[in-house]
Design a binder for this molecule. Structure first.
Ligand code: URA
Length: 436
């Protein structure tokens, strides 16, 4: 029998015991209801960071967080809805390519995306760099857009997993973000509330991911897949490499321009490979076909131009000015730019990808505070990829910003984010593993 005092539940976890489902439900309901103060919840989060949670506890935590708010009902949209979620990365614009590919192949994409978090970019911010684009469609509009166009990408509705919103803000300032069970519960509570039938998780691994080692990423993938399947939704995880930014562009409008290039058939190979993998798996799950067949359909949709047309249709339906898609040179250019020059000759053998994401934030592409205004023109264009040869004085990247001081600051930060040496880096596969 418990005492009913939350302090005893904290102590129980701190000592390594497992919590009862009822204790977990009560904790989330009381915290969301303002009955548990932040200092006690912070202590509990830290105890979870050190002691972990078993699968039963983690499922209870996730479901309690899911049930803290609304659960979206997508049953009015015909067909199997497959959601896709990335655990975060640098230069990760896959939703904007894989989404239109999947929709062009007849599988509906009703997607709620997020904003930038820490050093990672967010799909909503990227979309909002297209003049006029609205991510705040009402429920009715969202359904209508998916029905007519096959795809719509909007922000989360106000009351989706509010417990996660509160917990995430607390984790951010208490050094408890990079905990596998806490990340798993955070992501899966939102995915389970978002109403899709099936879930594809893109679990990033490497220097630009939240969990940087492959074993940790496998564990995160395994735990999220267990939660999803345990909650009755087929869930698959793809582990993808984030040892360097995905593609060449990092920022907002600069990434949208790379999306346009890719949808027109001219994108960087690494970006295309990951997008074909993700879209192929979404099609496999949505149509009940093999992964190989799904990938083939994805490649055809891109090469035929159907995915590009679908992207334009989505932009237009959500109020975006399609002239910018047809003529990407219309996007506002950054007032300031500068080149990061290699300090020596050799092979680009390591990138601190998290640091590159932070540099993009320093340029103005991310938010310093919750209400900071994003500079859509800010960002980084990589001119070299891992394993490339560079000469002394040759450009590794071009940095863009509206503000000279920010450019200088980001430039000196990014100077520490690369290593040129003589050894070829060990390159892991882009799609490292698939966990079902
Ligand atoms: N993304 C989330 O939504 N939550 C986390 O905890 C980490 C990444």
């Amino acid at each position: 029998m418990g005492t009913g005092r939350f302090v005893d539940v904290i102590r129980k976890k701190r000592e390594g015991s497992t919590l009862e489902n009822e204790e977990i439900y009560q904790m989330i309901s009381d915290y969301t209801g303002g009955k548990i103060p932040d200092y006690q919840m912070s202590a509990m989060l830290m105890a979870i960071c050190f002691q972990g949670m078993n699968d039963r506890e983690l499922t209870a935590l996730t479901l309690a967080m899911r049930d803290s708010g609304d659960i979206v009902d997508l049953s009015r949209i015909q067909g199997i809805k497959v959601d896709k979620h990335s655990t975060g990365g640098v230069g990760d614009k896959t939703t904007l390519i894989a989404g239109p590919i999947v929709a062009a192949c007849g599988v509906p994409v009703a997607k709620m995306s997020g904003r930038g978090l820490g050093f990672t970019g967010g799909t909503l911010d990227k979309l909002e760099s297209i003049p006029g684009f609205r991510v705040d469609a009402s429920g009715e509009n969202f359904f209508q857009n998916v029905k007519e166009c096959g795809i719509s990408v909007i922000g989360q509705t106000g009351n989706l997993a509010p417990a996660d919103k509160l917990l995430y803000a607390l984790r951010d300032v208490t050094g408890t973000v990079d905990s596998i069970p806490l990340i798993a519960a955070s992501i899966m509570s939102k995915k389970l509330a978002a109403g899709s039938d099936k879930i594809l998780l893109d679990v990033t691994t490497g220097s630009g991911a939240f969990i940087k080692d492959i074993e940790g990423s496998r564990e995160l993938a395994r735990r999220m897949v267990a939660i999803g399947n345990g909650a009755g939704k087929e869930t698959v995880a793809m582990i993808t490499s984030m040892d360097e930014p995905l593609g060449l562009a990092i920022g907002n409008s600069i990434e949208v321009k790379e999306v346009i290039d890719t949808l027109r058939g001219n994108g960087p190979e690494d970006l295309k490979t990951v997008c074909f993998g993700l879209a192929g798996m979404m099609l496999s799950m949505g149509k009940g076909i093999s992964y190989e067949e799904g990938r083939k359909l994805a490649e055809d949709a891109l090469e035929s131009g159907r995915a590009y047309e679908k992207f334009k249709q989505m932009v237009s339906m959500q109020g975006g000015d399609v002239r910018y898609i047809e003529n990407p040179e219309h996007f506002e250019k950054a007032a300031e730019s500068g080149e990061l020059l290699s300090s020596q000759e050799g092979i680009l053998c390591h990138l601190n990808t998290e640091g590159i994401g932070i540099s993009a934030g320093l340029l103005g592409a991310g938010r310093e505070k919750k209400d900071s205004v994003i500079d859509f023109s800010a960002g980084i264009y990589m001119k070299k990829k891992l394993g490339d040869r560079v000469k002394k004085g040759e450009a590794i990247a071009t940095l863009y910003s509206a503000d000279k001081k920010k450019l200088k600051n980001a430039m000196s930060y990014m100077e520490e984010c690369y290593t040129v040496g003589e050894e070829k880096p060990e390159m892991i596969k882009l799609i490292v593993d698939i966990i079902r």
